[in-house]
Design a protein around this ligand. Structure first.
Ligand SMILES: *Cc1c(COP(=O)(O)O)cnc(C)c1O
Length: 376
């Protein structure tokens, strides 16, 4: 049998990512591939850095996009900054905080875990208690927007506390960037990573990342090489910066970077504050509709992420059957529960280009139909 071309269905993506990619970004992806050291491409990379600085609200020179998904951005922050002698305080309130812990363990550094309940924000007082008890701590790491539960943590306050105890901060902004307020410089974040496929609505596989001058100094002053050659930021920056002397490190995903550039141009044209407001407005419409359907949110209203809505699956309703029905009948993808909420919750994403009225309406009418069919 000859295998034919793969033609994917046209879905509406309302899960935890990837989100819908606009035709404008898909068209950018289809432009001619050029060499990854082509002068025009290097010019585009320079613009990309500026656009990422805009999105992160930073002037950090060390801002670029890692040629791999958000998980690689996470790993890049940890392996470049943390050495086995360091103590790292990791705040955990969901799956992605647990992955940060895994990174610290693999480096062999000293680990202090601050646990907050799943479905809630990280509790700032618990972080402060841990820093008082561990004065040797050098880094504080936390997830701004926990996609596994839909809870937002108060990044500004957590960074303030970390700074009071002379710690550098490592922040996961994979789901927050472009969807909710995020101010890298104002809040004093030292290392931050994101993902292309959540509120930026670009194709998956790229991780925007930024290091403060303080963090860049820590990297520059390392006495041991970074354990990952591919993610070694000093080598990667040799490719992403430097007047006329870019060194080959790896071949950038050329067309995916066109797509990221386009998605960030769209963000800038909309205005990032307007994008935050759009996510909030669409979330409020969706939340009202879900509540009217009798669905209960996991996260209390004041700690909810607009771009990720977690609701309990009503008793007696078959999780897999509903999601399969939505996919088959409506071409609509919503997310399953993750970790502690596997089988118990749905995660409904309103990320980036997905966060529009027509999708809120589709989701509510499709869910109404599915619940009428499957609710006993
Ligand atoms: C999706 C996500 C990641 C991982 O990103 P990938 O692109 O899937 O590797 C990390 N952290 C959070 C909070 C996420 O939502």
């Amino acid at each position: 049998m000859t295998i034919q071309s793969f033609i994917p269905p046209q879905r509406t993506l309302m899960g935890p990512g990837p989100s819908d990619v606009s035709q404008r970004v898909l068209s950018a992806l289809a432009r001619p591939t050029v060499g990854h050291l082509d002068p025009t491409f290097i010019g585009m990379m320079d613009e990309l850095k500026q656009l990422l600085q805009y999105a992160f609200k930073t002037t950090n020179a060390n801002t670029m996009a890692i040629s791999a998904p958000g998980s690689a951005g996470m790993e890049a922050c940890f392996v470049n900054l943390v050495t086995p002698d360091d103590t790292v305080v990791v705040c955990r309130n969901g799956v992605f905080g647990a992955r940060m812990i895994e990174n610290v363990k693999r480096i062999g550094a000293n680990l202090v875990i601050v646990d907050s309940p799943w479905g809630r924000a990280v509790e700032p007082q618990l972080l402060e208690d841990a820093l008082i008890a561990n004065p040797q701590a050098k880094f504080v790491a936390f997830v701004h927007a926990e996609t596994s539960t839909g809870a937002v943590s108060d990044a500004k306050t957590l960074c303030e506390i970390a700074q009071r105890y002379q710690c550098l901060t490592i922040v996961d902004a994979v789901t927050s960037l472009g969807g909710i307020e995020l101010r890298v410089d104002d809040w004093g974040i030292d290392a931050i990573y994101s993902g292309s496929q959540k509120c930026l609505s670009c194709v998956p596989g790229i991780s925007p990342i930024s290091f403060s001058d303080k963090a860049s100094e820590v990297i520059a002053n390392r006495t041991t090489p970074v354990q990952s050659w591919f993610l070694d930021q000093s080598l990667v920056m040799g490719y992403w910066s430097g007047e006329g002397k870019r060194a080959y490190h790896h071949t950038a995903p050329v067309n995916s970077l066109y797509a990221l550039h386009e998605s960030l141009v769209m963000l800038q044209q909309e205005g990032i504050e307007n994008a935050w407001a759009r996510h909030k407005a669409q979330h409020e419409k969706l939340a009202k509709g879900l509540t009217d359907l009798g669905l209960d949110f996991i996260v209390p209203a004041e700690e909810r992420l607009p771009q990720l809505n977690s609701v309990y699956i009503p008793a007696g309703v078959d999780d897999a059957k509903v999601r399969q029905y939505l996919l088959q009948e409506y071409n609509l993808e919503i997310g399953a529960g993750l970790g502690q909420y596997a089988g118990q919750a749905w995660r409904i994403g309103l990320m980036g280009y997905t966060a529009r009225s027509e999708n809120v309406a589709l989701c509510l009418s499709a869910l109404t139909d599915a619940l009428n069919k499957f609710r006993s």
